[in-house]
Design a binder for this molecule. Structure first.
Ligand code: ADP
Length: 848
């Protein structure tokens, strides 16, 4: 008998008795195509039977999957009629079949025949074809739940949802969903057992909701577990990676170990040690390539490199200190005394509270080398720190570590170089300290120098306090005027005014030449600088208050000698082929005495020693004639400063940042309408001096025999040649007035006289500064007379004896006195009057 089964709109005619294919762990739904492996004889018989009879079987699930040979009672009553789409017999005896579920059917009776079960069936559709009904709402609900279910379920591919959604009817969808649910087969069977489609949909919805709940929970637990696991693993993993990176970079763990040991070993203040360990801990956790690691590492390195407690013992023996100071420097008696006083106090008090020494003077007078010498005298380390051009507070105090490339300030850097907590630190050029919007370096420096505050000096980079109280600070400056006032208050000023020629000679002979000989590997026994040569270098190759240029020139000569020595083979001391070089070279004579610097080139060729001759030392002597060849043309002509009498020219004296200088003031008078033109290096103060000088000239016109109306009928041109700008402007007053009056009267000014003094409108002469430097300059320039303000006469005794011996000083109170002395042939009423002033025993008289 045939049955009609429906599936959607399809109709199938099947026999009402069908071979039964029992299923284990599988429930097949209508519409679903599924591959099955079969091997049991019962199943194979059923497939065989079906193959010969319409290819249709009834798929029924076993209640118990273990049952190998199920009987009627072991099978469910609801199954699915399926079509065999494919049967493939596999070589291992099993058969693979592909089935498609057609429709649900109820077994009304099972019967065994031919080694298999046969079932008599009745149709059991989900939807009664007579009453289709609308189940779309439920269907949609199931679909959306299914979507969520699939999204949570890892083993169901996401495309399934799309496939299911694409199917046309709710029944079809429901079957597809039921087939895809990952549930136990008995649960799936209950779905197949659902009486109607709505019942099936409802059941699916409930099941899906419950499954989703479970899946969510699983997910959460899984995430939690993984989360904590992951965290642990992550750290472990990263640590391992870090180690690998450290290894790659050659920074094995040992490196940190070493750092740790170094921090422990170094005598650090507690806070600093704690800080260093903290950075090290940070460092260990960081990738060595990160910028933070570099910052931390640098910090630790700085802490380790800086002295915190290391110190040298002071040698506080004043007598020995004197020896050291004398060994290093010629002269400077007063300076040395002051330094020795300082050392004496230090040895008595044991600490360094007191003013900071400030060595003031032009370049090259030995300020820096004195600082070094003080360190040597005290047995201390020495470090120099230049302040020239420092405008930013951060240069003193460092940058915060948050800045890229941050570093401690110069003070801490100097301490690092010194390697001990008690060095001598020379703060060079404190007068060149700048100031701008980036903060005031002077106030930071105040903290450095103040014994009250420098115990806890704070550097932005270090962050921990640093104790500077054991440091002996010495400062240097070219001039006092630009040193910030509060700093100047803290300092004890020691002046180094510059050297006289004689002193320069002595310094060259005793210090500079031996030093150069040694530095250039020359033989001290065979090299000689003749005094005339040294003097010529001083006069014609240098013009300075100090000896820096002199040293440079001597060094150049020494290098040339060294080269010559290297070039001449020992057996042939002089290269005759180089006649230009020959004059400075001499041959030693058997008596051991030097022969004078003969022009020996030709002699030498004639007397070339035989190769067998014993090695001859090549004496090398430098005479004045050799300088041109060794140093080139002399840049300064000694005749530069003419000592002749001239009209309209007066020699002033200036005190500049590089020491004292003579200043030739020229005035030209031309017909005109009373214009005054000022040119040259004239600061405002200089202009004031010029106008005071003019007013004076006008007020004394009659007495001087000048045309009363000169200021209307003449133009005056006052020129002060370019040079270093004088620091004390007004002191050129009397020189300007002299030049003006000389120009107007046509009377010459004494060429052997220089003058310095401020002038008032009524012709009084006021005191000036820098007398020492000025008089040294006058002496250097071969000036015989110097007119000075009476107010400065007291200072004459402080002048070097050589200067007092060679120069006559003329203290004056008024301009009239100046005129009387300096203008040749001045008529009455300015009769020449002798000026004699006794200055504490030293009679200073006008010499004419
Ligand atoms: P400053 O710091 O004043 O500019 P330096 O200390 O650099 O001068 O001195 C320049 C050179 O001159 C140094 O080599 C120094 O040793 C030398 N010098 C300066 N004065 C003397 C002196 N009185 N005795 C010996 N050498 C000196």
């Amino acid at each position: 008998m045939a049955l009609i089964l429906t599936r959607d709109t399809e109709r199938f005619e099947v026999p009402d008795r069908l071979p039964v294919l029992p299923l284990r762990d599988v429930v097949v739904f209508p519409y679903v195509v599924m591959p099955l492996l079969i091997g049991r004889s019962q199943s194979l018989a059923a497939v065989d039977t079906a193959a010969g009879d319409g290819n249709v079987v009834l798929l029924v699930a076993q209640r118990n999957a273990e049952q190998q040979d199920p009987a009627a009672g072991d099978l469910y009553r609801i199954g699915v009629v399926a079509r065999l789409m494919q049967v493939v017999r596999l070589p291992n005896g099993t058969t693979k079949i592909l089935v498609e579920g057609i429709a649900r059917a109820r077994v009304t009776r099972y019967a065994t025949s031919g080694g298999m079960l046969r079932a008599t069936i009745a149709p059991e559709p989900f939807v009664d074809p007579g009453e289709p009904g609308d189940h779309s709402a439920l269907g949609r609900r199931v679909l959306s739940l299914f979507e969520e279910y699939v999204s949570l379920h890892r083993r169901i591919p996401a495309e399934v949802v799309t496939l299911v959604q694409a199917t046309a009817s709710e029944e079809r969808q429901a079957c597809a969903v039921a087939a895809h649910l990952a549930v136990r087969h008995d649960v799936r069977q209950t779905l197949l057992d659902a009486p109607t489609l709505p019942a099936l949909l409802t059941q699916l919805a409930q099941l899906l909701a419950a499954e989703i709940e479970i899946l969510r929970l699983e997910r959460k637990i899984e995430d939690d577990v993984r989360g904590s696991l992951f965290q642990n693993q992550r750290e472990f993993y990263l640590q391992e990676q870090l180690k690998a990176i450290h290894r790659e970079l050659g920074q094995e763990d040992d490196d940190f170990g070493e750092l740790e040991a170094a921090i422990e070993k170094k005598a650090l203040p507690e806070v600093v040690q704690a800080r260093a360990f903290r950075e090290l801990r940070k460092l260990r956790r960081m990738s060595p390539l990160s910028p933070e690691a570099t910052v931390a590492r640098n910090f630790v390195d700085w802490v380790l490199a800086l002295p915190w407690t290391e110190r040298t013992d002071d040698a506080l023996d004043v007598a020995k200190a004197r020896v050291v100071l004398d060994e290093d420097h010629y002269g400077l008696a007063e300076v040395k005394e002051r330094i020795l006083d300082y050392i004496a106090v230090l040895s008595l008090v044991g600490k360094l509270e007191g003013p900071i020494l400030c060595l003031v003077g032009p370049p090259g007078v030995g300020k820096t080398s004195l600082g070094r010498s003080v360190a040597r005298a005290l047995g201390r380390r020495f470090a120099r720190m230049s302040l020239g051009g420092v405008r930013d507070e951060a240069e003193i105090r460092g940058h915060r570590r948050t800045y890229i490339g941050a570093m401690p300030g110069r003070v801490i850097q100097a301490m690092r170089r010194a390697e001990v907590v008690n060095p001598v630190i020379l703060l060079d050029e404190i007068d060149k300290l700048g100031q701008d919007y980036r903060g005031d370096p002077a106030s930071a420096l105040l903290e450095v120098l103040d014994p009250e505050q420098n115990r806890t000096f704070s550097d932005h980079y270090l962050e921990v306090d640093y104790d500077l109280s054991h440091v002996l600070f010495i400062t240097t400056a070219n001039s006092l005027s630009t040193i910030p006032e509060p700093l100047r208050d803290r300092m004890e000023i020691i002046r180094l005014p510059g050297y006289l020629d004689m002193e320069k000679q002595a310094i060259a002979r005793q210090f500079l030449i031996p030093k150069q000989i040694q530095q250039n590997g020359l033989d001290p026994a065979s090299v000689t600088f003749e005094p005339e040569a040294v003097s010529a270098i001083i006069h014609r190759y240098t013009r300075e208050a100090g000896v820096r240029d002199l040293e440079r020139r001597l060094a150049r000569v020494a290098r040339k000698l060294a080269r010559r020595r290297a070039e001449s083979a020992p057996a042939a001391p002089i290269q005759a082929s180089d006649p230009a070089e020959a004059p400075a070279t001499e041959v030693s004579v058997p008596s051991g005495k030097r022969s004078r610097s003969r022009k020996v080139a030709s002699v030498q060729t004639a007397e070339a020693p035989s190769p067998a001759a014993p090695q001859v030392v090549v004496p090398q002597s430098v005479g004045p004639d050799d300088l041109r060849m060794l140093l080139g043309v002399a840049p300064y002509d000694p005749d530069d400063t003419s000592l002749e009498d001239k009209v309209g020219v007066a020699t002033g004296l200036a005190y500049t940042s590089v020491g004292g200088e003579t200043l030739e003031i020229e005035v030209a008078v031309v017909r005109g309408r009373g214009k005054v033109q000022l040119t040259g290096t004239l600061g405002d103060v200089m202009k004031e001096s010029a106008s005071a000088a003019l007013s004076y000239a006008r007020s004394r016109a009659a007495a001087l025999g000048i045309d009363r109306d000169f200021h209307r009928s003449r133009d005056l041109h006052v020129h002060i040649p370019a040079g270093a700008t004088p620091k004390d402007g007004p002191s050129a007053g009397i020189a300007i007035a002299t030049a003006v009056i000389s120009a107007l009267t046509g009377r010459p000014v004494r060429g052997d006289t220089a003058m310095t003094g401020e002038i008032t409108l009524r012709g009084r002469v006021l005191p000036i500064g820098g007398l020492k430097e000025k008089s040294v300059a006058a002496h250097r320039n071969g000036i015989a007379n110097v007119i000075i303000p009476y107010g400065n006469a007291r200072e004459l005794e402080e002048l070097p004896a050589e200067v007092l011996a060679a120069v006559h000083f003329h203290p004056v109170r008024t301009m009239d006195e100046v005129m009387a002395f300096v203008l040749r042939g001045v008529a009455a009423p300015l009769a020449e009057m002798p000026i004699t002033t006794a200055v504490d025993g030293a009679a200073v008289s006008v010499a004419h």
